[in-house]
Design a protein around this ligand. Structure first.
Ligand code: GAL
Length: 428
């Protein structure tokens, strides 16, 4: 037989044999719904995928594009209604309780893993409570993100004649004016509702302080929502908006991050998943870029915990896959590699207390230090824009009013504050 014939024979034989004769049999298949689709986010989630596959499971990727996850949540709801939820889905904050109350989440599947791996002692109580329902874990927390960051390109700052990162709103405006005058986009920003509200909550924290933020965006107190401080916050928000990228309407956050990385823009207000794009572009924190608390918010830490919830499934292979994911996610190796890629910090207390040991950069070390300190001082507050503070219905009310306010040239801040309160009340 000549070589061409030998190859043809091998191909025709191969096509008759089942795939399992060549690859090791999969132990089971798990579909994971998530919204980690930017380059940097994908690099992070690929760490988990590779591990799960190495453990012998098939990873079915249920990625749904759309920063902040609103689209992913819509897809998840329709999948659940159709009786076809995935094995695992990214769900956060109070929403986890709502899903658990429907009876669709599995409170048995994580019991043994949580006990064996001592989750109760690894996690802060506040974190553990978020992912427990009636005392049982229904989700595994993955990482912690901080929302109140300002990302700066120091090279651009230098070209615009700015010698230091702003620490107050006035300094922020002064820097933005200089950037504008030098021909740069002062503030990279994608005008999608979740991004608008990310900026809004940063400004609320800067103007109203930790207590005011809590009263207005966590407790949903009417006086705080309509009072003079909220009117002031909305007035400042309008001013911040004047520096936003004029081409940013509807733009994805990572495309806006790229403008800062490539030196077209000077700053971006974004949670620290923005760092995943800098890391992917091989840039170093403290040298090629700066991360500082959003001006006026250094006493607070708006937190956002990514979590993977487990849905009831009939297939034993899927259950084993869900347990494998849960076990890996809280392991030291994964906590380190994932967060380094993602821009977040680990969710494990022991690691948070010893960040330099794991090779985390200066931004992550600052975040961990502040997280631990602010947990004691009360400065640690859940992010409204990232599903940690309220139900999705209330969050939707904020999103609508804030985005309309930013886009309406005639909008009045006192009127917007009243609308905010009315919309929030109607959504409760
Ligand atoms: C957040 C999420 C992050 C990141 C970001 C942008 O809500 O917690 O992990 O993915 O959205 O999509």
């Amino acid at each position: 037989m000549n070589s061409t014939l030998r190859l043809a024979a091998a191909i025709s034989l191969a096509s008759l044999m089942p795939l399992s004769a060549f690859a090791a049999e999969s132990k089971g298949s798990v579909e994971v719904v998530h919204w980690w689709t930017s380059g940097g986010e994908k690099a992070a989630v690929d760490v988990l995928k590779a591990q799960v596959e190495k453990d012998g499971f098939t990873w079915k990727d249920g990625a749904v594009a759309g920063g902040g996850g609103s689209t992913a949540m819509t897809v998840l709801k329709s999948r659940a209604v159709a009786g076809n939820p995935p094995g695992v889905a990214q769900i956060k904050g109070p929403d986890i309780q709502d899903w658990a109350a429907t009876g669709l989440l599995d409170s048995d599947v994580l019991k043994d893993v949580a006990k064996q791996e001592k989750w109760d002692s690894l996690l802060d109580k506040k974190v553990a409570d978020t992912v427990k329902y009636e005392g049982d874990y229904v989700a595994v927390p993955v990482n912690i993100h901080r929302i109140n960051w300002l990302w700066i390109n120091p090279e651009v700052f230098k070209k615009a004649g700015i010698d230091k990162a702003p620490t107050t709103l006035d300094e922020f405006y002064a820097a933005a004016d200089k950037l504008k005058a030098a021909g740069f986009i002062p503030l990279a920003h994608g005008g999608q509702p979740w991004q608008d509200s990310t900026v809004f909550e940063n400004v609320v924290l800067a103007v109203m302080g930790v207590e005011g933020y809590k009263k207005a965006l966590v407790d949903l107190d009417e006086k705080a929502l309509t009072g003079p401080e909220m009117v002031k916050a909305l007035t400042e928000l309008k001013k911040v908006a004047t520096y936003m990228d004029p081409d940013g309407k509807g733009q994805d956050w990572n495309l806006e991050a790229a403008k800062v990385i490539n030196g077209k823009a000077g700053m971006q207000i974004m949670g620290d998943w923005a760092k995943s794009e800098w890391t992917l572009a091989k840039k170093t924190a403290g040298k090629d870029y700066q991360c500082v608390p959003f001006p006026g918010t250094d006493k607070g830490f708006l937190y956002n915990i990514d979590s993977l919830a487990v849905f009831k499934q009939k297939n034993e292979g899927t259950t084993a896959g869900q347990q494998d994911i849960a076990k890996r996610v809280l392991g030291e190796d994964f906590q380190k590699t994932f967060s380094i890629n993602k821009g977040s910090i680990p969710v494990r207390n022991d690691m948070l207390a010893d960040m330099s040991k794991y090779g985390f950069d200066s931004c992550a070390q600052t975040a961990a230090k502040d997280f631990l300190a602010d947990a004691k001082s009360g400065g640690l507050q859940p992010s409204m824009a990232h599903n940690m503070a309220t139900t999705l219905a209330v969050q939707g009310a904020f999103f609508d009013v804030v985005t309309n306010y930013i886009n309406d040239p005639k909008a009045d801040p006192a009127d917007a504050a009243k609308k905010l309160n009315a919309a929030v009340k109607a959504a409760q």
